[in-house]
Design a protein around this ligand. Structure first.
Ligand SMILES: [Zn+2]
Length: 558
């Protein structure tokens, strides 16, 4: 890369691709070809980092029109030019006669992923994908625009969420009904958007030569190491091993709240009607206390976190002009992580920082890898890195709390795990049904959804709200925007629970394995990454049962 270049100007970028196109023909030895791969990788990393920097700037300053324009310019003007050029590089690599002489062990995964990109690419799918992106955006816009009148003010559904935590039951019910009815008014439109997406997806799969979108999506997501049948096994394991624990938690909650039946608006409130936990006042305290937790875990984590702090790679506090949410972004060329979040002093903020720090440790661990593709692990394992940190960090959560509150923080986290597995199974099983029943009717889809609500919903009384229950999936963004992307969280949580279980037996060994697995980046297939972290890559009852028993036992102790 030249020292000075404007990566927002395609005229300056294109010659670099031209150079790479020409250079690949001059490769005379496998070593030349490896060098060429590193050069392509560096160009991709630099462009990737440019996109990240612009995204970070925009989310840190939503009130800056310049920052927004700079980001949009990159997305609209640079990225569409990049895709065909990167595709061409992939093809030049695959066609290269020296490719088969590259060291197998080192390159088979890179080779497999490059082949996949080329194999799935269909020029006729490009406009369909643009259409799909537009429809996705239409869904997001619709959901984001919904507001209700509550307590004399217009409020978004996101703002309404916190009223579901109110101890006043009548108020909760009112808030829940308002939100639910508002979404129900759009049910027809949401179904229409979904059906358009469904048609597009079936067409995209057919164009690429697949019998259905299920098969296509598994390929496109690079799921080489598990099959649709494995996902069905996961659903069964959750039904068998998690549902009893969920029902038990629901019964406890019902009794604690003194109710005859748990209604949909009773699920988010603290069952003992306690005020929210307050782990810190100032973000400085969040950083200091989190730093101490990492020091108690091990030196490497403490060092990594200190580095991020010293290099100002943390933007944690909520302030006006910042986008909502939290994320970790990796600056691909500098090989440094950045954490963005909106801390306001809640337990959720502690959880988020631990989670994103796990992603950041992952980025730092894989920093020594020169091939960009191998610095990034598959999502199923990325979330092992982050979810493990939540569990490991929670062991020392006393840094933030008195013993009584620490107990409650741990309890909330573990209950959250028992509660999320069935929802993951529901969302995943629903999509398996949808994309393996081409041409199904709206009524059949609804019936399939309701069967899953029966199977995984537990003991919640929806009496009088049948419509809301039948359309409850309308709120799950992934179904619309990232089809099939959800079970990853379930797979990763199983990994994280194993890391945590190992750490209870031998902390030093478990953390050593964790670090070694993170350092592999994306250079090894999923089962090997899990194995290196000391985990089994398996979603059947055999793996799920002991992990849920551990969570239940811990909850009993708490
Ligand atoms: Zn994450």
């Amino acid at each position: 890369m030249p020292e000075k270049i404007n990566l927002g100007d395609w005229q300056q970028i294109a010659p670099l691709f031209d150079q790479l196109d020409a250079k690949v023909r001059e490769c005379r030895s496998p070593a030349d070809l490896e060098r060429w791969l590193l050069d392509s990788s560096e160009l991709s990393a630099a462009l990737n980092e440019e996109g990240s920097l612009r995204y970070i700037a925009m989310t840190c300053h939503t009130d800056s029109p310049e920052a927004e324009a700079a980001y949009l310019h990159f997305v609209e003007r640079i990225e569409p030019e990049l895709k065909p050029r990167q595709f061409k590089l992939s093809k030049l690599f695959l066609e290269h006669p020296l490719r088969l002489q590259l060291p197998k062990e080192r390159y088979f995964l890179f080779d497999r992923n490059t082949q996949l990109q080329v194999e799935l690419y269909r020029p006729e799918n490009v406009p369909l994908e643009t259409e799909e992106a537009k429809l996705s955006q239409q869904y997001q816009k619709l959901i984001g625009s919904l507001t209700v009148q509550f307590k004399g003010q217009e409020r978004t559904l996101a703002q309404m969420g916190r009223y579901l935590e109110e101890p006043d039951r009548a108020l909760r019910k009112e808030a829940w009904e308002l939100m639910t009815n508002r979404r129900l008014q759009e049910a027809e439109q949401i179904e229409t958007i979904f059906e358009q997406l469904l048609n597009l997806r079936e067409q995209i799969a057919a164009n690429a030569g697949f019998p259905d979108y299920l098969q296509y999506a598994f390929r496109a997501r690079g799921r080489f190491d598990y099959t649709p049948q494995d996902c069905l096994k996961f659903h069964e394991a959750i039904e068998k091993e998690d549902m009893p624990a969920l029902r038990q938690l629901q019964t406890q909650r019902r009794k604690q709240l003194g109710l005859d039946a748990l209604r949909p608006w009773d699920l988010a409130v603290d069952p003992a009607n306690k005020p929210p936990l307050r782990p810190f006042d100032k973000v400085e305290t969040l950083v200091t206390d989190a730093g101490e937790i990492f020091s108690l875990l091990d030196d490497k984590m403490a060092r990594d976190f200190r580095l991020m702090r010293d290099m100002r790679l943390l933007d944690l506090e909520n302030r006006k002009g910042k986008a909502p949410g939290g994320y970790q972004s990796t600056l691909a060329e500098s090989r440094l992580p950045f954490i963005f979040m909106n801390a306001v002093g809640m337990q959720r903020d502690v959880q988020t920082l631990l989670h994103e720090a796990g992603h950041a440790f992952h980025a730092l661990a894989a920093r020594g890898e020169d091939l960009l593709a191998y610095r990034e692990a598959p999502i199923e394992f990325c979330e092992v890195a982050s979810m493990s940190m939540e569990l490991l960090g929670n062991e020392f959560i006393e840094k933030f709390y008195k013993p009584e509150d620490a107990r409650r923080a741990r309890q909330e986290h573990l209950k959250g795990i028992v509660e999320i597995f069935p929802w993951i199974a529901t969302v995943d099983a629903f999509q398996h049904w949808i994309y393996s029943h081409p041409g199904h009717s709206r009524a059949a889809r609804q019936k399939a959804w309701l069967e899953l609500m029966d199977r995984f919903g537990g003991d919640v009384d929806w009496g009088g709200y049948g419509d809301a229950r039948a359309n409850w999936w309308h709120r799950q963004l992934h179904v619309f925007i990232h089809p099939f992307y959800y079970i990853e969280y379930g797979i990763a949580q199983l990994g994280a629970l194993q890391v945590w279980a190992n750490s209870k037996r031998d902390k030093a060994q478990a953390l050593g394995q964790y670090h070694r697995a993170l350092a592999l980046g994306g250079s090894r297939p999923l089962p090997e990454l899990f194995q290196a972290a000391g985990c089994r890559f398996d979603f059947s009852s055999q793996t799920v049962q002991p992990l849920l028993k551990l969570v239940s036992d811990e909850l009993d102790k708490l």
